[in-house]
Design a protein around this ligand. Sequence first.
Ligand code: CTP
Ligand code: MG
Length: 274
Amino acid sequence: MINTEHVFALVAAAGSGTRLGFDTPKAFVELRGRTLLERSLDALAESQSVGHAIVLVSPDMRQRAEDIIKHPENKLAWAPMGVGIELGGSERVDSVYAGLLKVQPLAAGRPDSLVLIHDAARCLVPPRLVSEVVTAAGDAPSGAIPVVPVADTIKVIEPLGVPTGHTTARLDGAERVLSTPPRSTLRAAQTPQVFRLDQLLDANERYLNAMEIGSAHPTEKHGLDSVREATDDASLMEMAGYEVVAVPGHHLAMKITTEMDYRVAEMLLDGREN
Ligand code: CTP
Ligand code: MG
């Protein structure tokens, strides 16, 4: 059994939700009467696998986030899980790192504490998936992530480049297909992603240092193109050489990114609550 006292959650909520297109930050968008942030915290609390959660928000979100986490009904619903607020950063990786620096003193003396990172935008995540990933991470050398098979055939592409005699304006926005990785070897990564605190800090620091070197020497080739592309936390762990274990995810852990995702989430929720 994992001691939840040593499991800290970081809820990445500092994004603006540009692609969703609402006039409020995505974490505060309501889905059937409850915000994505509240629903994400509901799932983490219900999993009974998290001791303390830190919500990462942008400065303009802070007051509303405070109101949400201090609301007596929410406090009651989430207890005994504690919830705090911290300021995130301009990119998701900056938000997560800001949260990690707050976890460090809370986990003092326990470098083997687990850090669970969850996108507020994946607010329908089943509590059971949360506990399964935490358990797997506790058994793994470095951490675990939920993944699902991909339905589409995935292509590796490159820019089409300077138009040749054969290309016309009608190919605007088109790309060149380079190759097709075998679909059976591909998975889509979800959150929560759970890692050992000491290793996750190391992986984040190495990544941020590499970024800094890259931006100080923009003309030198440091192979940083792929580093900049890091779109989840596991990729930082992989780059640092840590072994990441993938466990079966769940379609309800989908990320609400576009309006269509939001409509799908409404339907999934209706189906779940009926
Ligand atoms: N996130 C964050 N800090 C950032 C950017 C994103 O904590 N600087 C969080 C978002 O709040 C979201 C999660 O990371 O819960 C996944 O990011 P994404 O789906 O891209 O959300 P947004 O960045 O808000 O959306 P968009 O890219 O469409 O603006
Ligand atoms: Mg984003």
